[in-house]
Design a protein around this ligand. Structure first.
Ligand SMILES: *Cc1c(COP(=O)(O)O)cnc(C)c1O
Length: 212
């Protein structure tokens, strides 16, 4: 398992304009440092406490992305440094991010999570709900809603996965002022790219299987 080789291999296949988020959740600092030393700077985490510990200990020029469900009461812990919040799934959360961004004298980049999977456990807005927010996005002065994020159903059915990504991509393409479409993980990022993803979130293909 060579982390830097894995990253190079993935990057070689990514079309220009598609960014790679190395999903480092549950991975030790040493593995993140290895990826960092090979030149990669964008890492994704899904737990606020773990994210904070890593932010404290690892190089300050790492761009940390929060990719998981974010609880409103935890926004304050990541507001000072977070580079992108992928999974905004309620207006309450958006308001809180706006407030904490203001307190930290910064503007925080966010994506709205759209529910595209058939599982009802996955969070996210419907197209309609997202539309209502996007029409009023200027009201959130300290938030920059850059785009959309989605997770396909966990299935081997590639046709279904492609349909779900295409559905999200069609929504994304209706908004000319968005520039980030976050979709695709280790198992489905090649499909996501075919559907127009601009940001893939890859963990196990880079770092190996996670030990929870
Ligand atoms: C864990 C996770 C990933 C990465 O998953 P892999 O299958 O390891 O690539 C991507 N996105 C989200 C939201 C995740 O929680």
């Amino acid at each position: 398992m060579n982390i830097s080789e894995n990253i190079q291999k993935i990057k070689k296949d990514l079309p220009t304009g598609v960014d790679l988020v190395a999903v480092s959740k549950t991975q030790p600092h040493s593995k993140i440092k290895e990826a960092y030393d090979s030149g990669h700077k964008i890492f994704g985490e899904n737990k606020v406490q773990e994210l904070n510990e890593k932010y404290e200990k690892l190089p300050k020029d790492i761009r940390w992305h929060m990719i998981g469900h974010l609880q409103t009461n935890k926004v304050k812990y990541i507001a000072p440094f977070i580079d992108l919040i992928h999974a905004v799934d309620s207006e309450k959360l958006l308001k809180e991010i706006d407030k904490r961004a203001f307190q930290n004298n910064r503007k925080i980049d966010c994506l709205l999570q759209i529910h595209i999977a058939t599982e009802n456990t996955k969070f996210g807005f419907s197209e309609n709900e997202a539309n209502k927010i996007l029409l009023r996005k200027e009201e959130y002065k300290n938030v920059n809603i850059r785009g959309l994020m989605g997770m396909a159903t966990f299935t081997n059915n590639n046709i279904q996965i492609k349909e779900e990504f295409d559905y999200l991509s069609n929504i994304y393409n209706k908004y000319k002022d968005l520039n980030t479409l976050s979709m695709g993980m280790s198992g489905d990022y090649k499909i996501a790219i075919k559907s127009g993803s601009t940001m893939v979130r890859i963990g196990s293909t880079i770092f190996g299987a996670r030990n929870y």
